[in-house]
Design a protein around this ligand. Structure first.
Ligand code: UP6
Length: 264
């Protein structure tokens, strides 16, 4: 899987969103996802505008935004359109089908109305996919997609090999695979199917851990040793003195690592 180009993998994808994202990455030449973990709507819009040209995906945690409004979403969507990136809400759904269906479509955030992609834990089993799908219309899987978590970057996390294997099965077998765009994980061994994208968080150039259990690897390491298709960078960019320049550096290093990987 890791030797194939994003273009060729777009043709193998079963999810329309995965296809779209592979093609976007290939044409825009970026495999960088920005984790816009900021508390003010304007700060998120500001980094989205600055980093927009360098990213394929902007990842939010919408429940940390203190001044959330519909206008914020409208503005975020127009930036996504202008700079050509997709929106992912990193909600990490983990409940029974009926509850995730409500959490996805209802409440203040109405995530399903604006997020191209969301994340979900596989802990509840296949019903997590059915629950999320139930919140959408009949053509849902054409416009929306899910990334399933099969591993975490947190030290001491409880995921074992059996859990990973079963997560892979949920991502690749059964009636809802058209809805699964990729897997959030730390290693290429987690899944083999080339039509899924590997999203890997815990990327930073110069620091190996934070104070709360996060473990970092360099852009080159996650792409070449661990099989990441998309590298997720939050504080590595957000805490830089020049955010735009940092985004460009991460984009350049992640992209060069990918080009190297497929050339070998
Ligand atoms: N994230 C991880 N590890 C995981 C899954 N998700 O760090 O296993 C998410 C976090 C955060 C981002 O929720 O939004 O990726 C990483 O941010 P950072 O680069 O600032 O550490």
């Amino acid at each position: 899987r890791t030797k194939l180009t994003y273009e060729s993998r777009a043709n193998l994808a079963k999810s329309a969103l995965a296809k779209r994202l592979f093609n976007l990455m290939a044409s825009k030449q970026t495999n960088l996802c920005l984790a816009a973990d900021l508390n003010k709507a304007d700060d998120i819009l500001n980094v989205a505008d600055k980093c927009g040209p360098y990213i394929c995906l902007l990842k939010t945690h919408v429940d940390i935004v203190e001044d959330f409004s519909e206008g914020f979403i409208t503005n975020l969507q127009s930036l996504a359109k202008r700079h050509n990136f997709l929106l992912m809400e990193d909600r990490k759904f983990a409940d029974i089908g009926n509850t995730v269906s409500l959490q996805y479509a209802k409440g203040i955030y109405k995530i399903s109305s604006w997020a191209d992609l969301v994340t979900a834990h596989t802990l509840p089993g296949r019903s997590i996919l059915q629950g999320l799908k139930a919140a959408l219309g009949p053509d849902a899987s054409k416009e929306r997609g899910v990334f399933l978590l099969a591993e975490m970057s947190a030290s001491g996390n409880l995921i074992d090999d059996k859990y990973k294997e079963n997560s892979n099965k949920i991502a690749t077998e059964g009636a809802d695979v058209d809805f699964v765009a990729g897997v959030v994980c730390q290693s290429s061994k987690t899944f083999a199917f080339p039509g899924l994208l590997q999203l890997t968080p815990g990327v930073k150039i110069d620091e190996s851990v934070d104070k709360l259990g996060q473990q970092y690897q360099t852009p080159e390491h996650v792409v070449q040793e661990r099989g990441a298709d998309i590298g997720v960078v939050g504080r590595g960019i957000l805490q830089a003195t020049n955010v735009e320049q940092a985004a460009q550096t991460y984009r350049d290093r992640l992209w060069a690592a990918y080009k190297d990987r497929v050339a070998k």
